[in-house]
Write a protein that binds this ligand. Structure first.
Ligand code: P1T
Length: 385
C-alpha cells in the first residue's frame, strides 16, 4: 500500500463480520473500562483505557504504517512522548548528545526536568556530524536529532549520524514533526526511533495536543509500551479520533503547506527589509543539497530575520490580518511568531544567542490558504508604518 492509501485506511478498515457495523470512520470508544465474561480473560484484550483503547489502537496502527515502523504509540502531547521515551530507555548516569537547535520545550524538558534524574545532555551543532562524534562519551546511550530544526531550519544528515551512533551502540531518535513521514522517513535512513508532536501536521487543524512514537525494535517498544501505561500520559479517545481524521488529508495538506512556504520564502528573500530567510527549499540554504537528498519536499516551516528594531517587528506582527500571531505550527491556518519571546523564551538569553536565535527572528508556519492572500498580508504589514 502506498502512503496516501495507508493514511486513509490503515487502522480504520470497516468491520463487516462479528459484532461490526461496517463503520468507515472509527468509533470513538469512550468507555474507561471493559467488562469480561471470565475473570482471567480480558474481552478482546482490553482491560482499562489507560492500558489500551480501541480508538487509540486504531491510531497507533496508522502511526506505525506511516513511518513504515513495526510499532506506533500515541501520547497526550509531544513532550509526553519524549519524556516517556527517555525515561523508558535511559537510566541515571546515561548521556545524550542532542542537536543544539531544538523546540524550546524539548530543551527545557532535558535541562530542567530530566537532568534532575541523573541524565546528562550535551548540545552540539549537528549539521557537522563530527560535532556529534566529538560529543559522544563512554556513557552516551542516545543521540537526539531535530531536522529541520525549530526555529532555525538547520539540517543534519540522519544517515551519517545514525552510523556514528551505531558504532557507539547508541540509539538515534529523530523528531520528525516538521517534515512528517510524508516528506521524510528517518527509520529508512538508519534512525531507530521517530517522535512527533501530533499537535502539528499529523492532526493538522490546531484542535488537538498529542504526541507519537514510532519504532521497530521489539525490546524498546516493550519498554515504552510499559511506561505509556505506567506513567499514563495517554491521549483521550476523542483526540485519537481527531488525529486519525486529520492524517487522512496529510498528503494533500503537506503539498500545499510546502507550496505556500516556498512562495513565501522566495518573496521574503527578495524583500529589502528582510536580512535572511531560513528555508531548506532555497538554493541559498547551506544544506539545500542535503535537503534534496534526505527529504522529498521542503515543508511548510520557515524563519527569517528582519532588519528592523524590535519595536518595528512588534508593529509588523500587529499589522497582519490573516496570519495569527501564535505559538504552534502545522495547522491549516497560517501562524507567525517571534521565538525569542514565545516558543523559545524558556531558553536563557545567552544560550539562545549562542545557538543563533536572535531577537529579530520571526517564524512562519505556512497554512493552506490562497498564497496570493498570504503574500498580500505580509506585503501590507511589511510596507505599513
Ligand atoms: O506541544 P507538544 O505537542 O507537547 O510538542 C512538543 C514539540 C516537540 N517537537 C517539536 C519539533 C515541536 O515543535 C513541539 C512543539 N512546538 C511548538 C509548540 C512550537 O510552537 O514550536
Amino acid at each position: 500500500m502506498r502512503f496516501a492509501t495507508k493514511a486513509i485506511h490503515v487502522g480504520e478498515e470497516p468491520r463487516l463480520e462479528e459484532e461490526g457495523f461496517g463503520d468507515v470512520a472509527v468509533p470513538i470508544h469512550l468507555s474507561t473500562t471493559f467488562a469480561r465474561k471470565e475473570v482471567d480473560r480480558p474481552t478482546a484484550g482490553y482491560e482499562y483505557s489507560r492500558t489500551g483503547n480501541p480508538t487509540r489502537n486504531a491510531l497507533e496502527k496508522r502511526l506505525a504504517a506511516l513511518e513504515d515502523a513495526k510499532f506506533g504509540l500515541a501520547f497526550a502531547s509531544g513532550l509526553a512522548a519524549e519524556a516517556t521515551l527517555l525515561l523508558s530507555l535511559l537510566k541515571n548516569g546515561d548521556h545524550v548528545v542532542a542537536s543544539d537547535d531544538l523546540y524550546g520545550g524539548t530543551r527545557r524538558l532535558f535541562v530542567s526536568t530530566l537532568k534532575n534524574f541523573g541524565l546528562e545532555f550535551t548540545f552540539v551543532e549537528a549539521g557537522d556530524p563530527d560535532n556529534v562524534r566529538r560529543g559522544i562519551k563512554s556513557n552516551t546511550r542516545l543521540i537526539w536529532l531535530e531536522t529541520p530544526s525549530n526555529p532555525l531550519m538547520k539540517l543534519c544528515d540522519i544517515r551519517e549520524i545514525a552510523e556514528i551512533a551505531k558504532e557507539k551502540d547508541a540509539v538515534t531518535v529523530v523528531d520528525n514533526t516538521f517534515m512528517t513521514p510524508y516528506f521524510q522517513r528517518p527509520l529508512k535512513q538508519g534512525a531507530d526511533i521517530v517522535v512527533h508532536s501530533s499537535t502539528k501536521y499529523l492532526n493538522g487543524h490546531s484542535d488537538v495536543v498529542g504526541g507519537a512514537i514510532m519504532l521497530s525494535d521489539g525490546g524498546a517498544h516493550e519498554k515504552v509500551r510499559f511506561n505509556q501505561n505506567a506513567i499514563g500520559c495517554v491521549p483521550s479517545p476523542f483526540d485519537c479520533y481527531l488525529v486519525l481524521r486529520g492524517i487522512k488529508t496529510l498528503p494533500i495538506r503537506m503539498e500545499r503547506h510546502s507550496y505556500n512556504a516556498n512562495k513565501i520564502a522566495n518573496y521574503l528573500e527578495s524583500h529589502p527589509k528582510v536580512k535572511m530567510v531560513n528555508y531548506p527549499g532555497l538554493t541559498a540554504h547551506p544544506k539545500h543539497a542535503l535537503a534534496k537528498k534526505q527529504m522529498s519536499g521542503f515543508g511548510g516551516m520557515l524563519s527569517f530575520e528582519l532588519a528592523d528594531s524590535s519595536e518595528a517587528i512588534k508593529a509588523f506582527l500587529s499589522r497582519l490580518n490573516i496570519f495569527a500571531v501564535a505559538e504552534s505550527l502545522g495547522g491549516v491556518e497560517s501562524l507567525i511568531e517571534q521565538p525569542a519571546l514565545m516558543t523559545h523564551a524558556s531558553i536563557p538569553e545567552r544560550e539562545r544567542k549562542a545557538i543563533g536565535i536572535s531577537d529579530s527572528l520571526v517564524r512562519i508556519s505556512a497554512g493552506i490558504e490562497d498564497i496570493e492572500d498570504l503574500i498580500a498580508d505580509l506585503e501590507q504589514a511589511l510596507e505599513g508604518g
